[in-house]
Design a protein around this ligand. Structure first.
Ligand code: NAP
Length: 294
């Protein structure tokens, strides 16, 4: 049986809410390199990570775990106080349950060399599905801030019909937009039509590009190409939510004067509390299954 100490090392605003929610569940939660204003006082703040990290039964790392190479993703911690991932790994016990989102191949190698096991939360389907909703809302809010017309009555295009694409299309349609959704598989195109949205093969986008006031790209491959961009209205707005570098040719968009924004980390920015509670709901069963009690 594991102890009931959970460490949260780094992370954005949603990790503050996650800490508060886990403390409310009866765990002893220690925040390291994490000090957002809204975190509940029942969460312990460790001034020095060495005071807490070696004692954690479970450790929760950010999403993505690292930024800028091997620097811990810790936006609430001054850069000059040190974020190199190696120093933290020295303090993690071999039996500690380690969870985090998005381990790069390099980071996987380092964990492997230290014989530390981890669960990559980004690989869990229920988390991706749940995050599609705050992602879609955040993307639409970003678009609205840049558009000079309403979503209602607009012509929108959602590029890709995966989890985020479907959540976006549903939201846009509910707001009164005429929605085109692109896909490459015939069965998906049929499904799009059945939803009452306008189906379009992704490779055919250039033929209809002139119609759209706003485009949401969800495909992590180069699909919003110069051919598509050249056909677009120069007042149109593109929000690209796909993982970096996105699916849009940003250089070409800038040359043409089309506003195109790559928008990473939307759940944490648009709805950090919801995103924190989504993480709690995913993490609690994992901790229970691994024998961690409160
Ligand atoms: P998903 O369910 O896997 O959907 C991806 C879609 O892209 C699928 O419809 C897939 O089509 C299509 N696709 C992939 N490669 C393609 C290619 N080469 N050509 C044409 N279509 C292609 O993923 P998701 O959960 O919706 O996430 C979409 C993207 O957003 C991912 O990159 C994800 O990392 C990112 N994301 C970003 C945020 C944010 O905050 N910005 C939040 C969540 C997710 P098939 O089904 O035919 O393969």
């Amino acid at each position: 049986m594991k102890n009931k100490i959970i460490g949260i090392l780094g992370g954005d605003a949603r990790y503050g809410y996650l800490g508060s929610a886990l403390a409310a569940e009866g765990f002893e939660v220690w925040a390291m390199l994490l000090d957002p204003p809204d975190m509940d006082p029942t969460v312990h703040r460790a001034e020095d990570f060495r005071d807490a990290l070696p004692f954690c039964g479970a450790l929760i790392l950010p999403t993505p775990v690292c930024k800028d190479g091997l620097m811990l993703n810790a936006p609430f911690w001054p850069r000059e106080r040190g974020r190199e991932i190696g120093q933290f790994l020295e303090e993690i016990g071999k039996s500690t349950i380690v969870l985090g989102g998005g381990f790069s191949p390099e980071l996987r190698g380092i964990f492997g060399s230290k014989e530390l096991r981890f669960t990559d939360l980004m690989e869990l389907e229920p988390l991706a599905v749940a995050n599609a909703v705050p992602t879609a809302e955040g993307a639409v809010a970003l678009a609205m801030a840049q558009m000079n017309i309403t979503i209602s009555g607009s012509n929108s295009c959602v590029v890709g019909c995966g989890r985020c694409g479907r959540a976006l299309a549903r939201l846009l349609a509910a707001m009164g937009s005429r929605v085109t959704v692109t896909a490459r598989r015939p069965e998906q195109l049929g499904w799009i039509e059945a939803q009452g949205w306008r189906p379009l093969e992704t490779v055919e986008m250039h033929r209809e590009a002139h119609r759209w006031d706003v485009v949401f790209c969800t495909i992590p491959a180069p699909v919003v190409t110069p051919a598509v961009l050249e056909g677009m209205n120069r007042e149109a707005v593109i929000i690209d939510i796909a993982s970096a570098p996105g699916g849009t040719d940003f250089t070409c968009a800038a040359k043409l004067g089309i506003k195109a924004t790559l928008a990473p980390g939307l759940p944490g920015k648009a709805a950090p509390k919801t995103a924190g509670l989504i993480l709690r709901d995913i993490i609690l069963p994992i901790l229970e299954e691994r024998g961690m009690t409160r």
